[in-house]
Design a protein around this ligand. Structure first.
Ligand code: ADP
Ligand code: MG
Length: 710
């Protein structure tokens, strides 16, 4: 067997601190005991003291020190008197970078406080609220806190706001810092706690020298191993490493990082197969996967202990967690002794020069790689296997990941900030380059959300109320104009649901037949709509759960799409938007839906040039249809949902549209201004001319009609 790894001499850190409290039989006392051992407990009084004396405090402590679960409880205890008096309750808010983390934290804290989630402790994430009048502690995504500010700009319902996982530097967190700074000036009674796993010196300056407090915890040593040669198949290498560790290494759980959900599911499947082949020679394993769209009950599995040996004195059991970056910092899993880091991450990128946002698998930065390695030494000494060379670590990687604000389309956030009436956006956003902001403002005005002076229009105001990107929000708001709000609602919900079909490799052939049941070759959007409608008929109306299995449909994905839909329906009714539907077998069905989609996504249109490639209007890129598309052929014009970059640039989820609609629906001359010299432009020029003629002709016609003697 060729050795996979080359040994490295360096270690992450030293000294030992053990967190494993003795386990009691009762779950609650177990939990309380565990709580007492967390490093942050020792500094409770110090923390509360600093909090009392300051309006803003920055707290730094490594993953697992107890920040997320304990600090909000300390704050609650300190302000208990206040929350029990009979005036409107003031809550504590604690933000998280992703929904999974918000839900998980609220569940854990509810257990510790021995209350039910949704009562004293609740959570609020996009498309799901679990809170009540009793709620005093609310975990919510950073994006939700911004949305709450749109309704209550001073956030009066909160006494203390905790911004957690600040090191993640998500878009919403970056913007919240700016916004909360304004609010703190207006509300001397409000307190802000910023929590981070790494020291962020800039933050201290930003909040005028707010005190920085460190939580002392001890990290166990972690040995780091690199591959000797660069590894191209990181999925295969990850699987091999897991199996090898399970066969050869001492007891201790494994955490492996992969990039995408489908990859994670495949890895789990293959690991289970490979280990199954080894029979009784190895201990039992519990393989769990984790990604940001996993339902809460399945997330909880990552916290469960490894299975016991099959027989007394048999080889020990192991828990194997395969995760996206969600497990990097937002969720702290105990007893991990082995970390497998393929050195890649799927990230959003935004090219502000051309205005295109895309998803790309790229090398992780050194700070992220170190963060991953340190997870192996949280509770026991550990090992980290990096599936890349040491040279690659030192030379091919950035030191730090760029904050999200530098790699995002700012459209959604600018819409929120406009609604919040934040003055002087350029100064507020404090970006190193203004291109992205300028582009966001331009796109919002092309969409009709901003007027010439840059103020929010009525349409923009309505769009801001939807927790969706501006294009999708516009598509929904204007859909009654095309008589199809019901259909567009379902399409929006389905677009939010990724990985609809679950097809094991051995069933690929059968899948084609299944696909044919739903496919509409005019557009993937219509295929999605068909799936949703069938789901509604079979599952909701007839409770036939086997329908999902026979059609390779991912039930939980559709359930969550249904939930998203219900939330959007509420948003619609709050805005007073009419619900209407277009007749499925009527001649207008396809036209109405395509036009409504175009009304929102007219910037995401591409033309099939004679080279066989598509040319996009936004960014003027040459792209291909993604192989997963269900279109009948290669339509001349398509509207698409997103660009994915792998070996080539692909447009994913596309729909056939007619050229003449483009000039009707987009702002005047939009395409002529934005397409370079190309076939697309020539055709559009003709279409514009033809349109002009038609208008002239119609004007003449109506003039003549007026003078026709009766
Ligand atoms: P930090 O925010 O500093 O990373 P946390 O407060 O998230 O730390 O976690 C403290 C401890 O609580 C960890 O050891 C973690 O494993 C445990 N814990 C957190 N959430 C859960 C949960 N949902 N179930 C079980 N244990 C949990
Ligand atoms: Mg945390």
């Amino acid at each position: 067997n060729a050795r996979l790894f080359d040994v490295d001499r360096s270690s992450v850190s030293s000294e030992g601190y053990s967190l494993d409290g003795k386990l009691d039989s009762q779950r609650h006392s177990d939990i309380l005991q565990k709580r007492e051992t967390l490093p942050v407990r020792k500094q409770k009084n110090e923390f509360l003291d600093v909090l009392k004396k300051n309006q803003v405090i920055i707290l730094v402590g490594q993953t697992g020190s107890g920040k997320t679960t304990q600090i909000p409880q300390f704050v609650l205890e300190a302000f208990e008197v206040e929350t029990s008096v009979k005036r409107p309750k003031m809550m504590v808010a604690c933000t998280q970078p992703c929904p999974v983390a918000a839900v998980s934290a609220s569940q854990r804290v509810a257990e510790e406080m021995n209350v039910i989630v949704g009562e004293e402790v609740g959570y609020s994430i996009c498309f799901e609220d679990n809170i009540s009048d009793k709620t005093v502690l609310k975990y919510l995504t950073d994006g939700m806190l911004l949305r709450e500010a749109m309704a209550k700009p001073l956030l009066e319902m909160y006494r203390v706001i905790i911004i957690d996982e600040a090191h993640e530097r998500t878009l919403a967190t970056s913007v919240l810092f700016g916004y909360l700074k304004l609010v703190l000036g207006m509300r001397p009674d409000l307190k802000l706690v910023v929590m981070s796993a790494t020291v962020e010196a800039k933050l201290q300056d930003y909040f005028d020298g707010a005190p920085l407090m460190k939580i002392y915890c001890v990290q166990h040593p972690v040995d780091i191993f690199y591959t000797m040669k660069p590894e191209s198949d990181f999925l295969g290498a990850t699987i091999r490493s897991v199996v090898e560790i399970h066969q050869r290494e001492e007891p201790g759980d494994i955490l492996a990082f992969l990039t995408r959900q489908e990859e994670i599911e495949e890895a789990c499947h293959r690991i289970s197969e490979e280990i199954g082949k080894l029979g009784n020679k190895v201990g039992p394993v519990e393989i769990v996967y984790l990604h940001s769209t996993l339902p809460p009950d399945m997330q909880q599995k990552i916290f469960e202990p490894a299975p016991p040996p099959l027989v007394e004195d048999g080889p020990p059991g192991r828990k194997i967690v395969v995760s996206t970056i969600t497990a990097e910092t937002s969720l702290s899993i105990d007893r991990i002794a082995y970390v497998i880091d393929p050195g890649v991450v799927e990230q959003k990128f935004y090219d502000s020069r051309v205005g295109v946002e895309f998803l790309m698998v790229s090398p992780v930065s050194r700070d992220r790689a170190d963060m991953r390695a340190s997870l192996a030494g949280r509770t026991v000494p550990g090992k980290c296997f990096r599936l890349y060379t040491e040279r690659s670590y030192n030379q091919d990687r950035h030191g730090q990941t760029d904050p999200e604000i530098l790699r995002s389309n700012l459209g959604s956030i600018v819409l929120i900030l406009k609604k919040l009436e934040v003055p002087d956006l350029r100064h507020f956003m404090n970006l190193p380059a203004e291109e992205a902001l300028t582009r966001a403002l331009k796109e919002l005005s092309d969409l009709g959300a901003l007027d010439d002076k840059g103020n929010l229009t009525e349409l923009g105001n309505m769009m801001s109320k939807f927790p969706l990107d501006p294009q999708m929000a516009k598509m929904l708001v204007v859909s009654p104009g095309f008589n199809c709000s019901n259909e567009i609602l379902s399409i929006c919900a389905m677009l939010s649901a990724k990985f609809l079909f679950l097809v094991p490799n051995c069933f690929r052939e059968g899948f084609d037949k299944v696909k044919a049941r739903f496919v509409d070759t005019d557009g993937d959007y219509l295929t999605l709509l068909n799936v949703y409608n069938e789901f509604k008929r079979n599952i909701i109306a007839e409770e036939d759960l086997s329908w999902c299995d026979t059609n390779f449909i991912n039930y939980s994905v559709l359930k969550s799409a249904q939930n998203v839909r219900q939330h959007l329906v509420q948003c619609m009714s709050r805005c007073g938007i009419e619900m209407c539907r277009t007749y499925l077998y009527g001649p207008e069905y396809y036209d109405n839906i395509s036009k409504a989609i175009l009304a929102g996504y007219f910037m995401q249109v591409a033309h099939l040039e004679c080279t066989g490639d598509y040319l996009t209007v936004k960014g003027n890129q040459y792209v291909h249809l993604h192989p997963s598309n269900f279109l009948g052929g290669k339509p001349e014009w398509v509207v698409y949902n997103e660009i994915v970059s792998t070996s080539m640039n692909f447009i994913r989820t596309a729909m056939d549209v007619r050229g003449e609609w483009l000039v009707d629906i987009a702002p005047p001359r939009y395409y002529l201004k934005n397409f370079p010299n190309s076939e697309a432009k020539q055709i559009l020029e003709l279409l514009e001319k033809w349109k002009e003629e038609q208008r002239k002709w119609e004007r003449e016609e109506s003039k003549n009609k007026r003078y026709v003697p009766r």
